[in-house]
Design a protein around this ligand. Sequence first.
Ligand SMILES: Cc1cc2nc3c(=O)[nH]c(=O)nc-3n(C[C@H](O)[C@H](O)[C@H](O)COP(=O)(O)OP(=O)(O)OC[C@H]3O[C@@H](n4cnc5c(N)ncnc54)[C@H](O)[C@@H]3O)c2cc1C
Ligand SMILES: Cc1ncc(C[n+]2csc(CCOP(=O)(O)OP(=O)(O)O)c2C)c(N)n1
Ligand SMILES: [Mg+2]
Length: 586
Amino acid sequence: MKKATSNNIKLPSAGTRLSGAEIIWATLVGEGVRDVFGYPGGAILPAYDALRKFPVRHILVRHEQGATHMADGYARASGRAGVAIATSGPGATNMVTGLATAMLDSIPIVCITGQVSSKVLGTDAFQEVDTTGITLPITKHNYLVTKVEDIAPSLREAFAIAQGGRPGPVLVDITKDAQQSLAVFDFLAAAPPPYRSCATSQVTDELIRDAVEMLSQARRPVILAGHGIIRSGATVEVLELAERARIPIACTLLGLGSVPASHPLNLGMMGMHGESWVNEAIQQADLLLALGMRFDDRVTGALATYAPQARKIHIELDPAEISKNVKVDVALIGDLRAVLRALLPAVHQRDDPAWVDRVKALKGTAAVRDIQNLPDTGHLYAAHVMHDLWRQTRDGDAVIVTDVGQHQMWEAQYYKHEHPRSLLTSGGLGTMGFALPAAIGAKVACPEKEVWVVAGDGGFQMTSPELATVMQERLDLNIAIINNGYLGMVRQWQEFFYEKNYAATPLLSPNFVRLAQAYGLEAKSVRKRTEVIPAIRAAQQHKGGFVIDFQVEQEDSVYPMVPTGAALHEMIRRPDNPLVETAMDP
Ligand SMILES: Cc1cc2nc3c(=O)[nH]c(=O)nc-3n(C[C@H](O)[C@H](O)[C@H](O)COP(=O)(O)OP(=O)(O)OC[C@H]3O[C@@H](n4cnc5c(N)ncnc54)[C@H](O)[C@@H]3O)c2cc1C
Ligand SMILES: Cc1ncc(C[n+]2csc(CCOP(=O)(O)OP(=O)(O)O)c2C)c(N)n1
Ligand SMILES: [Mg+2]
């Protein structure tokens, strides 16, 4: 007799004896998991042997780092925990970068690794490493499971912890003998106690009053919109607050899409590569309302000179973030949406347009310096590609997954994100190689969406073997390589701060078109602006993987830029006459 779960999948009825391997899958099915990303090996082989009995799609990756980024992309795109699976030893160590990536950006993933049998633990057995020891600082929690009875409760708790409170990655390391032993399986009895965040309702009436009073006294308030808005699903509440009190909104990189780019109060991105007027507005503000963001150093510039006249209100789930980098005046600790709902009834309407008008005026000459408005020199700029990609996809429900480097910043500046979860990017760890596998995860989670990879020529080569996964799974994925012949972001730092000593940044790449074709994918190479839109359309119309090699200006830089250690308003601006002669001129 079988028992149906909430997702209408039949689970073995309570009291059935299963092997530990079967319990792993039965528990995943009970948790609503339909897709996992993994790579087999000896210590996890019992689990793989049992896989065929369960309704779970297993996506075979080409490297376990890919599996973790796929689980991460799956979670970022859908909001549900992604699952990655690997064997012991090298399988587990290959997961380290993906775990750290998810940890730094608070992404819920559950990684399951096989471990050597409990009897030989600690003997340097074949493919034995201390997986929980290695991953301790880069997971929200981890487990070493040596007994079959502990598998279901540990896995269930892992999902609760990964997704509860401030989300994060959880790893469950399961010995081979635990997978091979038998135990009674009871999904409901294995339920963890309700997840209690350490930040349950610390929002008192008095704190709400303080925040409202600060708001009504402020003449120059700015909302700092962070990733927490997306995690909390608080877009409507944030807009209500901004509109009612006429507060301009500045977004962090991970907050892009949390409020529509087209909203008249949305200024754009703040920080190191944020728009100049956004950083100016923050520096001139008399009140900052930080919503689900953690004052990363890329956001603040030099702390001593950060928003010197502003009082600060921080609404944040994790008490550890309060006054960690920037001392705040009022902290409202809790889920953002819930806190805003408590706050909103007391917030007054503001009619004075002076501050919003002043911030708009700060845009000044910035638009003139914009690369989009410079005369056509015949060069293809990454900014053109991003702008055209946005124009070609803006009416749909596209998800853009970027890698790390200059192209990531150009995407943030020129692609106008209207929806939460429409930009997936590694912000905190800045992991090159993230984009292709994370996009695979996003496409598996949201097959109905148009998914684009935007990667640099360097980062793409870090995980390009996952093109084989695109091929094997027949995924309809569009891949834009912004090929500038350099590890561009590092080259830019060398240009600005190391006297153009381009040590180890010029980069040779394979012929990306032929590489894609070798994997059975379609591909095109683009050198001129006129070819950009036709190539994007060709990729959109093709059912299957499509790679476009955009050969862009090689020595362009991302402007503006706040040098490390400088104040937020001390930005390096685009020179008046950029790129007079470049490496791409004949
Ligand atoms: C090359 C490069 C350049 C970069 N340049 C910039 C830049 O110019 N500008 C910029 O902004 N970033 C930049 N970044 C990204 C930067 O490093 C940080 O990753 C980013 O600023 C973090 O944004 P965040 O604080 O919104 O998100 P996170 O780091 O994810 O923090 C989110 C916060 O929200 C909280 N939270 C989560 N859920 C909830 C909830 N339900 N309710 C309340 N709170 C919640 C979390 O506890 C956390 O404190 C760059 C990264 C790279 C790799
Ligand atoms: C795994 C990893 N190694 C090194 C870095 C440091 N790094 C940051 S950006 C960058 C250059 C990226 O080059 P590319 O992928 O070609 O993108 P571009 O900047 O040219 O757009 C490097 C090496 C990193 N972020 N991640
Ligand atoms: Mg490059």
